[in-house]
Design a protein around this ligand. Sequence first.
Ligand code: ZN
Length: 237
Amino acid sequence: MPPKHIIQLDDIEIEVTPKRVKNLNIRIYPSAGRVAMSIPKRTDLEAAVDFARKKYPWIKKHLKKGAVQKTKRNRKLAYLDGEIHPVWGNEAVLAVNEVNRRPAVQYKGDQLSLMVRPESPTEKRESVLNEWYRAELKREIPKLIEKWEDPMGVNVNEFGVKRMKTRWGTCNTRAKRIWLSLELAKKDPKCLEYVVVHEMVHLHERLHNKRFYRLIDQFLPDWRERDLLLKGEKRTC
Ligand SMILES: [Zn+2]
């Protein structure tokens, strides 16, 4: 549905669309730099402007995140303060604390705190963060395997997490071992569950054939939506 009105709030353009909704609602698409607002059909534009003005700092903050991320995306990550790093589908802002103690990572709200010793090189910061991503996955994956083993009627003997260039997961059907990509800790948790279930379906059916899709449709009917969440990157599983 094309927007009915455009509100210009200082430097921000907001696309306003009257819809059958109860409340005014603003959506921000940081990577596209777009702000969209839906308003109840009877709400006048002035009320919409008021609402947007109240939300201005919030809109600004989230748009900025997208802008920062856009410029960083083409650059190599430096693991410095203010950099955006994805965590479980959220855009977390990195805060680096140089302290003389064991390196650690804390994730709270949308802040990712990286504690490293003073003058730690980029590679060290990167490996500390990657080990944290790995630990996040290793905490979540067993819960998912346990959740799905009974309903799916399969057993997973072993799982592992590794960096994969072209895939989200793999399954060794004979050893009943699944591997998951480290990148999944950066995606919405629904994506991890989707890939885990996908690999577990392979324990029933090795190939991506009709039977495979019938099974995944049965176990995870919304897998296509989850697949869209992963979309945008060329990986297969
Ligand atoms: Zn597969």
